[in-house]
Design a protein around this ligand. Structure first.
Ligand code: HEM
Length: 183
């Protein structure tokens, strides 16, 4: 519980619940990517960093990711895989959290159609293979993956993402199940 509360305070700092979805409706333009629907390339002030700007789509995704990390931290169904991260945060070291937030945000931004960001982390296979990524405490099974998806939906709901967009995000995530689940 203590770890959960600490990570909650971290998420409260980083997980600003600013969510600005595009005014476009889901079927108004078939060329719109999910990234566009989440706010796209419109540049807005970054509420986390004074004077900085950020693409609206990235801000929306980062908000969902940070909320999701918070939900995962309190979810006993899967938080046992994140022991390294939780121990660091408990000790007041936020480097791993910030790296995970950035890499997950980059990954999801690219996966949803962002053109101005790149993902520089491990492949999905290596990131979830404890032999390649010692921060992954044990291989994930199908139940872990479903719990992750549920936590992502909870993270999206904390940021009032419209359900049809959350469903589109869920469909993208689901395509990675067989890569992430390694037992
Ligand atoms: C489609 C679903 C998922 C995606 C897109 C995803 C994505 C990522 C990414 C981008 C990283 C960072 C890799 C790096 O820093 O190089 C990561 C790390 C990690 N993922 Fe996942 N992941 C997913 C599902 C899961 C599941 C189901 C689990 C297990 C419960 C899990 C556990 C972890 C852990 C423990 C780490 C290391 C965290 C740390 O930095 O301490 N992931 N994941």
């Amino acid at each position: 519980m203590k770890k959960t509360l600490i990570l909650f305070s971290v998420a409260a700092v980083f997980g600003t619940a600013v969510f600005s979805t595009s005014s476009c409706k889901k079927s108004s333009n078939s060329k719109m990517t999910l990234y566009d629907s989440l706010g796209g390339t419109k540049v807005v002030a970054d509420p986390s960093t004074s004077g900085a700007t950020i693409e609206s789509g990235r801000l929306a995704i980062r908000s969902v990711i940070d909320s999701t990390i918070f939900v995962i931290a309190g979810d006993t169904a899967i938080n046992g895989h994140f022991t390294t991260l939780l121990a660091e945060v408990t000790a007041g070291n936020l480097t791993g959290f910030e790296n995970l937030s950035k890499n997950l945000t980059d990954f999801v931004a690219v996966a949803t159609g962002a053109k101005d960001y790149t993902y520089g982390g491990l492949s999905m296979a290596d990131a979830h293979n404890p032999a390649k990524n010692p921060r992954m405490n044990g291989k994930a099974d199908d139940g872990d993956f479903t719990a992750f998806e549920n936590d992502l939906v909870a993270g999206a709901n904390k940021n009032t993402v419209p359900s049809y967009l959350t469903a589109r995000l869920g469909a993208i995530v689901e395509t990675l199940r067989s890569t992430v689940v390694q037992q």
